[in-house]
Design a protein around this ligand. Structure first.
Ligand code: A3P
Length: 330
């Protein structure tokens, strides 16, 4: 049995444990540039703490068939998806129409729908906390599909986003979230295009879930942020059907779909005290993190304000090349 506290001491010890859990027996490839050294752990870039956490989750997480996993690449709208899925699945208990006392008013979507691999340090208590949640559980993850715990067979909702907007969102987030750390945009862009971003390469992340969706469309729902922004109500209905709690005609007539959209909108959530004030959590690298970091602009196409034509072309070309033949486009 693995003891998180005893293994998380000393880089060498971490490294040898990671290697023993990785499919590679060679030394892990590393790259500098983000707030700490990143390692390529079974084809996925992350910091050592995250790699440790992912490997412990793989060893310890007990999946249930009726779990629903909300999987995202970071900065693709995780917070939004968690809010929507929570509001939809709990709407009989927590009414969304005229809902002054809805849990989303006072709690962060990240508290209502926990990540399976976060916070990094607390794997044992976390595993117990996840076990204590009654079925059916709504859970979040940034893990790529190929690193999910081996027995995960539950339904999965995957949300991705136009990579040019993801790199902008990632850059802002990283500069906000880690005190004392800042990264130039050019450097962040270079790392991202090389595939070295948190849980990157983004194309592998998207493709892993896309391929599963193609194979098993009834088990893996594949969503795009831009499409959701263009038609939130349509996606709320689609999500409800996938989550096996479709809206009744009476609910539709009473405007419940639109109320879910409104309650979970960027405008509504970002202004709530819990998401805009000092309230926070344990974040990246175990540092305190304000909930407000999950809300910035919430717009499609903000990349146009940052990327040069050459940068946009370069990232587009890489994405096109990597996704070629898959049927997935942005
Ligand atoms: P921007 O940085 O482009 O504004 P994640 O939740 O995966 O960390 O993603 C964060 C991104 O989603 C940020 O994008 C954030 O502003 C946006 N976002 C957060 N809540 C949202 C909501 N309710 N609706 C739409 N976008 C939202």
């Amino acid at each position: 049995e693995l003891e998180a506290d005893s293994v998380l001491t000393g880089e060498e010890e971490d490294e040898s444990l990671l290697l023993s859990m990785s499919s590679s027996s060679n030394k892990l490839q590393t790259r500098e540039g983000w707030w700490t050294t990143f390692v390529l752990y079974d084809g996925c870039w992350m910091d050592r703490q995250a790699a440790m956490s992912v490997s412990l989750v793989r060893a310890q997480f007990v999946p249930r068939d009726d779990d629903v996993l909300l999987a995202t690449y970071p900065k693709c709208g995780t917070t939004w998806l968690k809010a929507l899925a929570f509001a939809i699945t709990n709407r009989r208990r927590h009414h969304v129409v005229g809902a002054g006392d809805h849990p989303l008013i006072t709690q962060s979507p990240h508290d209502l729908v926990p990540f399976i691999e976060l916070p990094f340090r607390h794997i044992h208590p976390l595993a117990a906390a996840l076990d204590a949640i009654s079925s059916p559980r709504l859970l979040g993850t940034h893990m790529p599909h190929h690193l999910l715990p081996p027995r995960v067979g539950c339904r999965i909702v995957y949300l991705c986003r136009e990579p040019k907007d993801v790199v902008i969102s990632t850059w802002h987030f990283m500069n906000k979230v880690i005190e004392g750390f800042s990264i130039d945009f050019d450097k962040a862009f270079e790392l991202f295009v090389d595939g070295c971003s948190p849980f990157g390469p983004i194309w592998n992340h998207c493709l892993g879930y896309w391929n599963k969706h193609v194979e098993e469309p009834d088990r893996v729902l594949f969503l795009k942020y831009d499409d959701m922004m263009a038609d939130p109500a349509g996606h709320v209905k689609k999500l409800a059907e996938f989550l096996r709690v479709p809206f009744t005609d009476d609910e539709a007539d009473a405007g419940v779909v639109e109320e879910v959209v409104r309650l979970c909108s960027f405008e509504k959530l970002s202004c709530l005290p819990v998401n805009s004030g000092v309230a926070g959590r344990v974040g990246v690298d175990e540092r305190p993190m304000k909930n407000s970091v999950f809300f910035r602009k919430g717009k499609v196409g903000d990349w146009k304000n940052y990327l040069t034509k050459e940068m946009a072309k370069k990232l587009d070309a890489v994405i096109e090349e990597k996704l070629k033949g898959s049927g997935l486009t942005f």
